[in-house]
Design a protein around this ligand. Structure first.
Ligand code: AMO
Length: 439
């Protein structure tokens, strides 16, 4: 029967199908019994269809089966497409047969179309059900599009996509946020970033690389922008003249991605209710000191040398927005606040580093690296690091390492900010944090 017929998705049905038989499969979103006629709303990936079941015109057992089918069951319906002025789509389907492919239990742990507010925890505990909502799913279609657009942009710039190990022997981003694991009989860690490996590659001739992959951080803080596992978009490029070369690549990439999303993701943006603005190049550049001055003039209690905390970043975002920019650079952080691999700005307390902020939140950081072996080992020593744990990395600096620089950009932070989502977790299918290891 119809189970073997090709499935038509809701969006492919047009006027051409009027009075023809089609077979559709999907979830029973709602059943409305008006006595003489029953309406079943069937949902698939693309939308919903109305199935109209006039009691007198269909076999009694079919009417009964459709009346009692629990919401969210998966069914296959074969029927005739009928033009209908009342139906939203301009047509409805009058069924000839129906097969239940999977009967849903009830009550549902979470309503798919109910308007009542649901606790965030309930949503994430039942993510399979939460993702049946078009607006939740659309975020992941946009995220997938973002990754395609990044590939397109970096390919044009001559970058090679690489994959570096996620089981590593030493961390690059500070010991406090390392997840230790057991690797056969040795301790090992989950990679916090591809930092050491992407830099090693700079000595090989693969002189422009990027990676999009998972990064792990044992973040103790419970915030709307920190998770324990995120997707990091990293890049590294050799033979740069300054960190500006790196910033230019990211700037072009951000503009192309946001423009691409606004053009190719318009349907999903509408479903989410997000309006996005393509940033203009060049993005404003503030030094860390400029940023502190702006914040002090905004009445924030802070002084030179303080970290830019969440609230500071937010306040700065408001100021930059009022100046017409949602994306802006913050450069010239002190060398002491930056990791060992960042190059110091000679004769100053500053570093050749940058952060990229988007609507009041840091989404990327990077800079020019220290490529000179002696200066690098000195910097490691200054930071209290044991060079012998980084031997495999340092070796690559001993036999010809070009000047280079790069960046790491949190994909979910970017998607969160672009779509105006309240929490980074909304941009992750199955988020991981201090309190969540399942689903
Ligand atoms: P950093 O540690 O600043 O730099 O991380 C780069 C970007 O990754 C994202 N990010 C996170 N996103 C979600 N949850 C977290 N816990 C989290 N931690 C970081 C942010 C951040 O801007 N190796 C350097 C980059 C480089 O210099 O190339 C690094 O990892 O968006």
């Amino acid at each position: 029967m119809s189970v073997n017929a090709p499935t038509r998705s809701s969006i492919t049905i047009t006027k051409e199908d009027f009075d023809q038989e089609v077979t559709i499969r999907g979830w029973v979103q709602d059943v409305r019994n008006l006595g003489g006629i029953l309406f079943v709303i069937l949902r698939d990936r693309y939308g919903v269809l109305q199935i109209a079941v006039p009691k007198k015109k269909v076999p009694p057992e079919l009417f009964e089966a459709l009346t009692t089918i629990p919401r969210e069951s998966v069914v296959c319906v074969a029927g005739i497409v009928k033009e209908s002025k009342q139906a939203k789509m301009g047509f409805e389907i009058v069924p000839k047969s129906m097969e239940v492919l999977s009967k849903a239990a009830s009550p549902l742990p979470l309503g798919v179309v109910d308007k009542v507010g649901v606790e965030v925890e309930t949503r994430f505990n039942n993510r399979f059900m939460d993702l049946r909502k078009a607006e939740t799913r659309a975020v992941f279609e946009i995220k997938s599009l973002v990754l395609d657009l990044i590939d397109e942009s970096l390919e044009k710039e001559g970058f090679v996509e690489v994959f570096t190990p996620k089981i590593v022997a030493s961390g690059a981003e500070g010991g406090a946020s390392l997840f230790e694991i057991k690797y056969f009989d040795k301790p090992a860690y989950l990679a916090q970033s591809p930092q050491l490996y992407k830099q090693i590659l700079m000595s090989t001739g693969l002189d422009r690389v990027y990676e999009i992959g998972p990064a792990f951080r044992a973040e103790p803080s419970d915030t709307i922008r920190h998770v324990s596992e995120f997707i990091s978009f990293d890049g590294e490029m050799a033979f740069i003249s300054s960190q500006r070369d790196v910033m230019d690549v990211i700037e072009r990439c951000m503009i192309e991605v946001i423009k691409g999303v606004s053009e190719r993701g318009s349907k999903q943006l509408e479903t989410i209710g997000a309006q996005i603005v393509v940033p203009r190049s060049p993005f404003p550049v503030l030094t860390y000191s400029d940023a502190v001055d702006v914040l002090i003039s905004e009445g924030r209690m802070m002084k030179e040398g303080d970290d830019l905390g969440t609230e500071d970043e937010k306040a700065l975002g408001e100021v930059m927005k009022s100046r017409g920019s949602d994306m802006y650079w913050i450069i010239e952080y002190s060398e002491s606040s930056k990791p060992f691999y960042i190059m110091e700005k000679e004769g100053t307390p500053f570093s050749h580093s940058f952060d990229l902020d988007f609507a009041g939140q840091e989404i990327a950081s990077g800079g020019q690296r220290e490529h000179r072996y002696d200066a690098l080992t000195n910097r490691m020593e200054k930071k209290g690091l044991d060079a012998s744990s980084f031997r495999f990395y340092l070796d690559a600096f001993m036999y010809g390492m070009p000047p280079h620089g790069g960046w790491g950009l949190g994909v979910e932070r970017f998607v969160q900010k672009m779509l105006g989502l309240p929490n980074i977790r909304e941009a992750i299918l199955f988020p991981r944090d201090r309190n969540r290891l399942a689903p």
